[in-house]
Design a protein around this ligand. Sequence first.
Ligand SMILES: [Ca+2]
Length: 419
Amino acid sequence: MTTSTLDHRPGPPGTCAHRPMVWDTRSMVGGGTQRTTKAGRRIRWQRVQRMAIASLGIVLLLASSPLAQVFSSEQGPLRLTTVARGLEHPWGLAFLPDGRLLVTERPGRLRIVTPDGQLSAPLGGVPQVFAQGQGGLLDVALHPQFTENNLTYLSYAEPGAGGAGTAVARGRLRETHLEDVRVLFRQEPKVTGPVHFGSRLVFAPDGMLFVTLGERGQRDRAQLLHEHLGKLVRITPDGAVPSDNPFVGQAGVRPEIWSLGHRNIQGAALHPQTQALWIIDHGAQGGDEVNMPAAGKNYGWPIITYGRDYSGASIGEGTAKPGLEQPVHYWDPSIAPSGLSFYTGTRIPAWQGHLFVGSLKLGLLVRLRLEGPRVVHEERLLQGFGERIRDVRQGPDGLLYLFTDSPAGRIVRLEPLAR
Ligand SMILES: [Ca+2]
């Protein structure tokens, strides 16, 4: 009668969705003498209807498949589902108390996204950004008492005299805009060039705000304490210098500095037990690092690194030197990391306390199992996904949310697939 056009690839027995479906009316009615009887015609018609309904179900299933992909993992199959699409280089994410998502797009837009993927119009009040290269609107974070004060923090590449530099602004979030916006921090000095702005925003349990930065492609200046290039800084929620910052009171030193010798920190998160800050520092060709930055310490860039320059030339003096900190973990060759999250949810209990890192270059998600401060196992999840991953965050539902970095970027959710 007809042949299904759904999928003509041969499949193993029993996988009907992958087997050519041939509607053979003789086999439907059992063949033989019933074929010409009235009862036989009725039975045949009912079976055709049932087959048509079954076939429609398969069509709908296949039609919906681009929304979900299944990947294997050491903890069983995982399903990746699209939550929202049509975002231009989404970069940072905050989960609002009402279940919606506050999302930045690198060209300079801030949007509210509903759990079913509806994008708001761009919110007003966002500062002008330097939207070139790696620059633009970067991270977003909510004040720890956001439910009372609506204070919302943005990090971004700010244009100005000399070029551009990373800045932090905050405002009160309203439904359509930010109000009372003011700039709390400016990386000094502004320099030319479109690379290495960082930047993630993390509130520590003591209420202070960590702001991760990059060295703006001026690698030696990551070691200069009178500049913010290549530093991790710590400020109060109002932008002041905390009195217990490590270099407070030292002449010729920027007092916002927490740690130095960083290249481009694009991931940061608090450890769920120790509450210490962990960061991801994006290396050159090799030498991406996980660090646990302590007050006043020097993380070595560009004096020590496990990577080489993109030209293949060596950088600095080697991989270790007294007075310079070693990373918790490093990658060589590099994975081009962005986004960092500790998993604390219950949906995949085996992942509790593990660290998740997005990879831009490889288009996958890295899981790191820790024993204390040491990385003891690495799994590369979503092999073959192939889309650059800019950020990874745990949602209030205990699932991981990822951003794909593209002109048509998506928010995708990773969840266990019941076996
Ligand atoms: Ca280092």
